[in-house]
Design a protein around this ligand. Structure first.
Ligand code: UD1
Ligand code: CA
Length: 454
């Protein structure tokens, strides 16, 4: 089986400078979804016809299994498939997909392809709809056999009354394709070479034409404008949420979660409202995620609680940690088990050891923090000297008083204590109290200034 994805169309109604098939959907793009579905079918060839948007479309998909075919100008769906002929074998089945129909299921396509046999039959994916306006209509003869497709703009009033429509997706006999495409003309309302005109040619050549239908109606929704883009996004998110519920995840509101990538959950995971998961996220058993958190490329081990409004990106979080509310973990953060990262604490490219805590208002960047360390409120690692980044090492059992600056590169030895307000510019020895602080003085008899009367 070979796949051709048509993705050259303009998409004017998106009112966007981004090519239509690159519009975002569930953390990927419209075309990204179609490519993923196509790959699940294990095709021998995977061709994408592109045109509008130029090289911007292939640039997003560097994968070497795709054969890119340029279609300029875009003279219709039949013309588009004809451009792909040099990349196709004249045998087996050629499955035509649209780059802007992203929700088709693999099982619906498997059924369609199976109906086409080894290319003995032409199989169409059709649907019965309430309002067929705009679609090509499936014209059947007295015996119920499919004889042709008529486009809406070319259809007579009687034909327009037909409620069975062409979804556009079809499985064609590879051996006939070059011949049929060569016989197309553009003598129609849109002056286009219609792929749908192949059906009449197949009927004339006495090739069997069969139809199958999508498992659910929304599978064949096409995306032409931002309203339809939002609609398919909601359908996709609804499906993902249902899958999570079915696997035992507690979602406080399945309508208020967005998964833009993959989310794998252990048993008894709870996710509150308004959370966004991006990239690859793994939540271990019993993990709870509070409301309005964003997690991108994060692994969270069992029993950890992420409290409200936390933003976690590229972090690895150990078991039984407490993170947030209002925590920010940036790429390269690794938290050991039972670590606590509290409100308004930012951690970047740092390892925080077991049972260590930074509970309030701190910045920990490019640091190695041992276990059982207490980082006081307002503590900052000064990791950047304006040109280079330097590391801070904080060994086990250290206590850092509030409002301390650690000017890297610097090391705080095991068990050391830093007094509040210290600006540490040299290493602090293990086990000792180190502080840098002007001695406190009191001026006796001092009076506050008063407003002068004039
Ligand atoms: C097409 C079908 C119609 C069907 C409908 C389903 C034809 C002639 N008509 O109509 O029967 O009911 O889809 O949505 O096929 N494309 C190209 N190059 C082109 C033209 C189109 O790559 O020159 C691509 C578009 O990017 C799009 C797809 O083909 O992904 C369909 O094109 P579109 O213009 O939307 O087809 P419709 O007129 O809607
Ligand atoms: Ca069109």
């Amino acid at each position: 089986m070979q796949v051709v994805i048509l993705a050259a169309g303009q998409g004017t109604r998106m009112r966007s400078s981004r090519p239509k098939v690159l519009q975002p959907l569930g953390g990927s793009s419209l075309l990204g979804h179609v490519l993923a579905t196509a790959r699940s079918l294990g095709p021998k060839r995977l061709c994408v016809v592109f045109g509008h948007g130029g090289e911007a479309v292939p640039a997003v998909f560097p994968e070497s299994d795709i054969r890119w075919v340029r279609q300029v100008p875009q003279l219709g769906t039949g013309h588009a498939v004809r451009q792909a002929l040099p990349e196709l074998d004249a045998s087996g089945v050629v499955l035509v997909l649209y780059g802007d129909v992203p929700l088709l299921s693999v099982s619906t396509l498997r059924t369609l392809v199976a109906m086409a046999g080894d290319g003995e039959r032409l199989a169409l994916l059709t649907a019965h709809v309430e309002d067929p306006t705009g679609y090509g209509r499936i014209v059947r003869d007295g015996g119920g056999g499919i004889v042709r497709i008529v486009e809406h703009k070319d259809a007579t009033p009687d034909e327009r009354a037909i409620r069975e429509i062409n979804t556009g997706i079809m499985a064609l006999p590879g051996a006939c394709l070059a011949d049929w495409l060569g016989r197309l003309n553009n003598d129609n309302a849109q002056s286009e070479y219609y792929l749908t005109d192949l059906i009449a040619l197949a009927a004339a050549d006495r090739v069997d034409i069969v139809a199958s239908h999508p498992s659910v109606a929304w599978e064949t929704l096409g995306v032409n404008d931002k309203a339809q883009l939002a609609q398919v996004e909601r359908i996709l998110q609804h499906e993902i949420a249902q899958g999570l519920l079915a696997s035992g995840v507690t979602l406080r509101d399945p309508a208020r979660i967005d998964v833009r990538g993959s989310l794998a959950c252990g048993k008894d995971v709870e996710v509150d409202v308004g959370c966004v998961f991006e990239g690859r996220v793994v939540l271990g058993e019993g993990v709870r995620v509070g409301p309005h958190c964003v997690l991108r490329d994060v692994e969270v081990a069992a029993g950890t609680h992420i409290a409200a409004f936390s933003h976690l990106d590229g972090a690895q979080i150990g078991a039984d940690c407490r993170v947030g509310p209002f925590a920010r973990l940036r790429p390269g953060t690794v938290l050991g088990a039972e670590a606590h990262i509290g409100n308004f604490v930012e951690v970047k490219n740092s390892v925080i050891g077991i049972q260590s805590k930074a509970n309030h208002l701190a910045y920990v960047g490019d640091a190695s923090v041992g276990s059982n360390v207490n980082i006081g409120a307002g503590t900052i690692t000064c990791n950047y000297d304006g040109a280079n980044k330097h590391r801070t090492v904080i060994e086990d059992d250290v206590f850092i008083g509030s409002d301390t600056q650690l000017v890297a590169p610097v090391t705080v030895g095991r068990g050391a204590t830093l007094g509040a307000g210290t600006t540490l510019t040299r290493d602090a020895p293990a086990g000792a109290l180190t502080l840098s602080r002007a001695r406190q003085t009191t001026i006796e008899g001092w009076k506050r200034p008063r407003k002068s009367r004039s």
